[in-house]
Design a binder for this molecule. Structure first.
Ligand code: AP5
Length: 192
């Protein structure tokens, strides 16, 4: 199974990504986690990415694409993957399709987790207080949501056009959301 997880900041992409990967025996890749790791290691990628991440802006497409290209074209790349937080822009999506098509690893589904603003803000505020992620400050969260709506939401139309968009109501307990996703992906799995 090859799945992308889309959704606003705080919609549960990371939480659900781990569960989906486990159920369908796929590798989970979060571009946000990869970038945070690079920042922690103070690598060249981390140094370039940090100012964008701290401000709640997207890092440049070229930087993200260098990470994705390396993963997808690795001869040991897994056949199944769950990517969360990528793509964030239409150019990223189009380039990823070219790369994946070239290695025979195109997507089965693009799952979008849908949640209202108030709940996104509540979840990220809770996390900010518990773990202190630098981009969970209230004004940065508001900006991240705006960035999502202007730069990432157009992707829904792109994936709907490819016939692989699945929209999931992400309100409710983690287990309830997981059940909705599994129910939808099981249908994809049984028809593929
Ligand atoms: P990224 O790490 O992808 O952050 P994000 O999209 O803002 O998403 P979050 O991690 O905040 O939320 P999530 O949807 O994963 O929800 P989660 O499961 O954590 O990106 C960070 C930055 O990296 C970007 O701003 C950008 O700078 C850069 N970046 C990354 N990818 C990029 C790309 N492709 N292009 C350019 N730049 C890129 O849940 C949130 C909280 O809610 C958690 O505390 C969780 O425990 C809780 N929760 C989850 N589900 C539920 C539930 N059902 N009920 C109650 N609480 C819940």
């Amino acid at each position: 199974m090859r799945v992308l997880l889309l959704g606003a900041p705080g919609s549960g992409k990371g939480t659900q990504g781990v569960r989906i990967a486990e159920r369908y025996d796929a590798e989970h890749l979060s571009t946000g986690d990869v970038l945070r790791q690079e920042v922690e290691e103070d690598s060249a990628i981390g140094q370039e990415a940090y100012p964008y991440m701290q401000a709640g802006d997207l890092v440049p497409d070229e930087l993200i694409m260098s990470i994705i290209r390396k993963r997808l074209t690795d001869p040991d790349a897994p056949q199944g993957y769950v990517i969360d937080g990528f793509p964030r822009t239409v150019p990223q999506a189009k380039e990823a399709y070219e790369i994946a098509d070239g290695v025979g690893l195109t997507l089965d589904a693009a799952v979008c987790l849908e949640l209202e603003h108030d709940e996104l803000i509540r979840r990220l505020d809770d996390r900010g207080q518990a773990h202190g992620r630098v981009d969970d400050a209230a004004e940065v969260v508001r900006h991240r949501i705006e960035v999502y709506e202007t730069q990432t939401l157009p992707l829904l139309e792109y994936y709907a056009g490819r016939g692989i968009l699945i929209e999931i109501d992400a309100i409710g307990a983690v287990d309830e959301v997981t059940e909705r996703i599994f129910a939808a992906l099981d249908v994809v799995g049984s028809s593929g």
